[in-house]
Ligand binder design. Structure first.
Ligand code: FES
Ligand SMILES: [Fe+2]
Length: 320
């Protein structure tokens, strides 16, 4: 189940330039396109005339034109031109595509998934991620439900096992603190050797519905924003920032290298091997037995359940 009424990341903004882009998110086919005025739009991909994929069409000023018969749809999703019927033809009301609120912030496109509202809240973000020019951004698809994907962000104690070739830390997670403030989870802890008081300190935070910040030091930050593709797959956008120098080009190069390492050595290789076999595919009460070190994951699952309950009962009092 997807928590409704929240901003979800759907694609890196840079990927939507002159041509429409088709993506699958929330179990639906969507098209993202950028009008001549620079604004990006999100719509259902299916053309309501006879079902062609609008993502194979083209942008015509501030409208998207279908590849099949050239019908054009504006930013509000309404058909505004049927070339086969002539410029003055009356346009049937059914020629309307579902549009979704979209924002372009932090180099990411965010789609509002949920009920319509006159005023939408801010896109969830961590201001301490700061200097955006020095961050490297990338994304990939993960073969797991988005709840399982987000769970992994809270999980620091897998590092010395899954990533033991690189991470030579101790195994003991202690101390470890978790704090929940409405839709914001904050955790911090130390991974250390059994008889040594110090080790690797970390801070992991989460803002609903799907953004996580991982801080290893004031100089090494990672941010992950997750979006359901469907029940069994997740689109994961990762931004990494290394602040070991103040020279912008070098900072970006270091961030880019860290991002490559994060993907190629860690997430898409070592993590993936574990994640793709985790059962059940969705966390299930009574099946997983969480321990003290999983308190961040437990807080996330509680928050997820609470937001789903609030959405079901119409009592959503959160900031989402
Ligand atoms: S199917 Fe799109 S214009 Fe005909
Ligand atoms: Fe990992």
């Amino acid at each position: 189940m997807i928590v409704p009424s929240g901003w979800y990341p759907v694609l890196e903004a840079i990927r939507v330039a002159g041509r429409p882009v088709g993506v699958k998110r929330f179990g639906r086919r969507l098209v993202l396109w950028r009008g001549k005025d620079g604004a990006v739009h999100a719509m259902d991909e299916r053309c309501p005339h006879r079902g062609a994929a609008l993502s194979d069409g083209h942008v015509q000023d501030n409208a998207i034109a279908c590849p099949f018969h050239g019908f054009e749809y504006g930013a509000d999703g309404a058909c505004q031109l049927m070339p086969c019927e002539g410029a003055t033809a009356r346009i049937p009301g059914g020629l309307q595509v579902q549009v979704y609120p979209l924002r372009e912030e932090h180099e990411i496109l965010w789609l509002w998934w949920g009920e319509e509202r006159a005023q939408l809240p801010r896109v969830p973000w961590f201001d301490e991620f700061g200097d955006e020019a020095g961050a490297a951004t990338g994304s990939f698809d993960w073969p797991c439900n988005y709840v399982r994907s987000i769970e992994t962000n809270f999980d620091f104690h897998h590092l010395p096992f899954v990533h033991r070739r690189v991470v030579k830390s101790g195994h003991r997670l202690d101390p470890y603190h978790v704090e929940v403030d409405k839709d914001h989870i904050k955790t911090q802890g130390t991974l250390r050797h059994e008889n040594e008081p110090s080790g690797i300190d970390f801070r992991i935070e989460f803002k609903a519905p799907s953004v996580s910040l991982i801080t290893l030091s004031a100089k090494a930050l990672g941010l992950s924003a997750d979006c359901p593709i469907d029940e069994a797959n997740t689109w994961r956008c990762v931004r990494v920032q290394q602040r070991y120098t103040s020279i912008p080009g070098v900072r970006l190069a270091l961030s880019w290298l860290a991002l490559q390492a994060e993907w190629k050595l860690f997430q898409n290789r070592e993590d993936l091997k574990i994640i793709e076999k985790v059962e059940p595919r969705l966390p299930h009460e009574g099946k997983d037995h969480l321990v003290r070190a999983d308190a961040g994951t437990a807080a996330f699952l509680n928050l997820h359940r609470r937001l789903l309950d609030e959405a079901r009962t119409g009592t959503n009092g959160s900031a989402l």
